[in-house]
Design a protein around this ligand. Structure first.
Ligand code: HEM
Length: 540
């Protein structure tokens, strides 16, 4: 899942637009820097739970590279922040590094032991998220889960989502819908194969994960009525605004001048009205069905969808407001769609670059799928596919689509590795760097080698569930990804089907080694260039 605010910031702030804004602002920035310094928490010890820090503690802040006035370390963060932050940490020789991005203090974590200190030992201290104007307006204030600050509202939402919407049982009960949606995609690919045409893998998988989220939320497919498309547009527009640069999120003292925040707020409110229109109608439709079924004592035959589930647990939770319902549904769309499709697309690109791995995976999937299944791999067959699991884990490691997790925020000061981390610091865990670190993964850390996760491999016991801090694709602790079961079920089923029924070629004239591996940073990291592949129906 993806800010999320810190990430938005480091991403966009390097753009020309952001720098231009900063230049425009700089004359009066200078005048107000004196005030700003009072809000610069890196050096502000007063807010540490009311105590002043002893002088020796103040001196033991984590190391920082030299900063420049106003921008702090902004100029050191490139267009791929996880990459530039890894270089910076290596140059400084620091697994914990304190930066100042604008006036925002940011702790960058680049080792598994420091990640464990943040996400396990001091999980209670770092379980909040930084405030961001756009998420506050579009995602119904603190009612959502992914962007909400730590507190009762987040706790309640998190419990609702993990117990009722994304639990292992719910994800399993959703398997037929998942298999049907996969069949629809297989049909589209078969048409392309018959025509000898290439498919745009990212577009195909993006609409698949969107349709799947719509199905989970609404219970049946609204593809033909165009609602799925409306959701796709909304998610894209929301993501764009969330990753857009809002200067006041990083120079909070500018908020008092208000002009910029008014513009961003107006845009955010327009977007929120579009969400309202769509979600209110869906909830009201479902609510009347739910009440009619309850009044007549008849069972609603479509009771697995998320709106129905939320309506049915209202009493158990006292009261769930309409806003909270909408925010939780948004979490599913914003957390689940792009992350899952991007991971799948990176995996397909990697398989095309590594024919040995593709052949081995195809052999496993094809030999483990019973005959007579209409060419579709069902979920029952997946449990026998150890190599499929290993390929998925290796892809999560090397193509970590949320490379800095989502930013955490310290709610108190604490000590890590002998350094003081003050209250109010944003924390970025560079899980991408940790996942490629030779200290944990050996000399071939940068290579795509699924065998490391197989029997006899060096990482056979390493799990993605947040207990192994060298491998954190979904984070760990209280703020760990709430959709990990949903994501894994979707990725493995789709991947097995893609390689089972089809052989894949690159467009004429291209070879595996030509596949461009460049990425674009955002809420989720994506491939920079489209992946076009030509499917061929497998000959039995
Ligand atoms: C490959 C797919 C996915 C990846 C790699 C991924 C990764 C992540 C990461 C790294 C975080 C932040 C963890 C942290 O801050 O420490 C997160 C949070 C979250 N994810 Fe996912 N995610 C994926 C799919 C999904 C799906 C399918 C859903 C929902 C259907 C989902 C819902 C969420 C939610 C609600 C949060 C916020 C949790 C909180 O703040 O309490 N994610 N995800």
């Amino acid at each position: 899942m993806e800010n999320l605010a810190g990430q938005q910031f480091v991403y966009e702030v390097t753009s020309l637009r952001a720098l231009f804004l900063l230049l425009l602002l700089s004359p009066f920035l200078f005048l107000i820097m004196r005030n700003a310094r009072a809000t610069t928490l890196m050096f502000d010890t007063k807010r540490t739970r009311g105590h002043r820090q002893p002088a020796d503690r103040q001196q033991s802040l984590p190391p920082s590279p030299p900063a420049v006035p106003v921008l702090g370390h902004l100029h050191l963060v490139g267009s791929l922040p996880h990459v530039s932050l890894r270089s910076l940490a290596r140059t400084l020789g620091a697994d914990l590094m304190l930066l100042r991005l604008g006036s925002t203090p940011v702790l960058v974590v680049s080792s598994s032991s420091a990640a464990e200190a943040v996400l396990r030992t001091h999980d209670h201290v770092f379980a909040s998220r930084p405030h961001a104007l756009v998420s506050e307006v579009v995602l119904y204030g603190p009612s959502d889960v992914g962007f909400a600050p730590h507190g009762d509202c987040w706790r309640r939402g998190r419990k609702l989502i993990t117990t009722h919407l994304l639990s292992v049982n719910r994800v399993q009960s959703f398997r037929h819908a998942r298999e049907e949606e996969v069949s629809v995609v297989m049909g589209r690919i078969a048409e392309a194969a018959a025509a000898g045409a290439a498919v745009d893998v990212g577009e195909l998988l993006g609409s698949f994960t969107n349709d799947l989220a719509c199905r989970a939320v609404m219970g049946k497919s609204f593809r033909s009525e165009g609602r799925n498309k409306l959701f796709r547009e909304l998610v894209l527009d929301t993501t764009k605004l969330l990753v857009g640069f809002n200067v006041e999120d990083f120079f909070p003292f500018l908020a008092r001048f208000g002009v910029l925040s008014k513009l961003v707020r107006a845009k955010s409110e327009r977007l929120r009205r579009r969400w309202d229109e769509l979600l209110d109608r869906l909830i009201e439709d479902r609510e009347s069905k739910y009440e009619a079924a309850a009044a007549s004592d008849l069972k609603d035959d479509d009771d697995d969808n998320f709106i129905h589930v939320l309506l049915s647990v209202r009493q158990e939770y006292g009261h769930i407001t309409r806003e909270q319902m909408k925010a939780l549904l948004q979490d599913v769309f914003i957390g689940g769609i792009d992350s899952t499709s991007s991971l799948l697309e990176f995996t397909m690109a990697e398989l095309m670059r590594k024919p040995r791995v593709m052949n081995k995976l195809q052999a496993e999937v094809r030999s483990s799928t019973p005959e007579g299944h209409d060419g579709v791999v069902g979920e029952d067959s997946l449990e026998h596919m150890a190599y499929l699991r290993a390929v998925t884990k290796e892809s999560l490691r090397i193509h970590n689509v949320t490379p800095l997790l989502a930013p955490h925020l310290s709610m108190d000061s604490c000590t890590i590795d002998g350094y003081t981390v003050p209250v109010g610091v944003q924390v970025l865990i560079n899980s991408w760097a940790i996942g490629r670190d030779t200290r944990y993964w050996g000399d071939d850390a940068e290579e795509f080698v699924p065998e490391r996760f197989m029997d006899g491999g060096s990482a056979v016991h390493v799990s993605f569930k947040g207990s192994d801090f060298e491998f954190l694709p979904f984070g760990s602790g209280r703020r760990m990804c709430a959709g990990v079961n949903f994501a894994m079920a979707t990725v493995e089923l789709m991947l097995a089907n893609l390689v089972h029924r089809f052989d894949w070629d690159l467009p004429p004239g291209q070879e595996g080694r030509d596949i461009d591996v460049s990425q674009v940073f955002g809420l989720v990291v994506r491939r920079k260039k489209k992946l076009l592949l030509v499917p061929k129906l497998r000959v039995y």
